[in-house]
Write a protein that binds this ligand. Structure first.
Ligand code: ATP
Length: 306
């Protein structure tokens, strides 16, 4: 019997390291990054719809505001790509229950695109390999393959060539959200501007962070966090420095702007410290919202069949 639909749960991510190479002639930057999937999830439901209705999108949930419910939504583009690639029915209803902060450097849009690819594979029983789905995902955006893989991985190239990382431990994160997003493109542009006249090396993965992850040593992971886009994000949004300082003052093991920001991620020792820092950040008045999450966690996967 044909399924009516599936629900896929997909995580957000933080970048434990983000190393950005020089601006290349095609306008891109080579990056090397260490991703960790964290337990803040969007649930994406993909159902067969009535004939002639095409692809429709609806979005609800605590972070739904500002997410487009039209063909510009990355989940819509993922559905269109799967339909075209596999010659499938095009009457599909997609519902996104959104919890991942939007335009926060946590790759929420990419996560929803990843969820749609995994949902189509299950719904139409395409039997795609994880690798095959990641390759399709890479056509939509550099962060999409990692949202399919999850856990911890090194991303090279544009961040989409993944190598899993052997790691131990469970990490406690506190995420401070800003009231307004930052566009990834503008942060890269600012990074280029700040680097004018400087010789920039090709990006390399940090041995320090890999060793710390292998040992499952949260203190060393905290000390090894690094992000080449942080200076640019702080330059565009100076208030981010205040947010970073609150976390450091409260004894976070590490504090970092997540991806292109403006979400700031704090690594803390345990759940109790996470709660303390959540209270401190909420009282500080410098953030729009705070969430706690642990990582690593799984990539996009079917949690319910309808
Ligand atoms: P990244 O870390 O990959 O740079 P991000 O987390 O900063 O991404 P997203 O949450 O993916 O940013 O959203 C960036 C913009 O993309 C939003 O402002 C929104 O207009 C658009 N968008 C398209 N589809 C989605 C989606 N499914 N969820 C959220 N935003 C989406």
């Amino acid at each position: 019997m044909r399924r009516n639909g599936v629900v896929v749960r997909v995580p957000g991510k933080v970048n434990l390291q983000l190393s950005v190479g020089p601006l290349e002639v095609d306008g891109y930057h080579e990056v090397t990054t260490v991703f960790q999937a964290i337990a803040v999830y969007d649930d994406v439901t993909v159902r067969f719809a009535e004939s002639g209705t095409g692809i429709s999108i609806s979005v609800t949930g605590p972070t739904a505001s500002g997410v487009p419910a039209d063909a510009t939504n990355l989940a819509y583009r993922a559905a269109q790509l799967m339909i075209d690639l596999h010659d499938l029915d095009s009457d599909i209803a997609i519902h996104i229950k959104k919890e991942i902060p939007v335009a926060g450097g946590m790759a929420g849009g990419s996560a929803d695109a990843a969820a749609v690819i995994v949902a189509f594979d299950a719904l139409y029983e395409l039997g795609l390999s994880r690798d095959g789905m990641e390759k399709i995902g890479a056509q939509l955006g550099s962060d999409v393959p990692f949202a399919i893989t999850g856990q911890i991985a090194i991303g090279r190239g544009h961040g989409d060539h993944l190598t899993p990382v052997l790691a131990r431990g469970n990490y406690n994160w506190v995420l401070a959200m800003a009231s307004q997003g930052l566009s990834t493109q503008s942060v890269y542009n600012e990074c280029d501007r700040l680097r004018t006249g400087l010789e920039i090396a090709r990006p390399q993965v940090s041995d320090q962070i890999l060793q710390a992850l292998r040992a499952g040593d949260a203190i060393r992971v905290g000390k090894s966090l690094s992000n080449d886009l942080q200076a640019a994000a702080c330059s565009l949004r100076p208030a981010l420095r205040l947010v970073l300082d609150v976390g450091i003052d409260y004894g976070a093991l590490g504090a970092i702007v997540s991806g292109s920001g403006p979400t700031v991620a704090f690594l803390v020792q345990d759940e109790e410290r996470a709660l303390d820092l959540t209270v401190a950040l909420s009282a500080s008045g410098v953030v729009a919202g705070v969430i706690r999450a642990t990582g690593p966690t799984h990539g996009a996967r079917v949690i319910e069949t309808l």
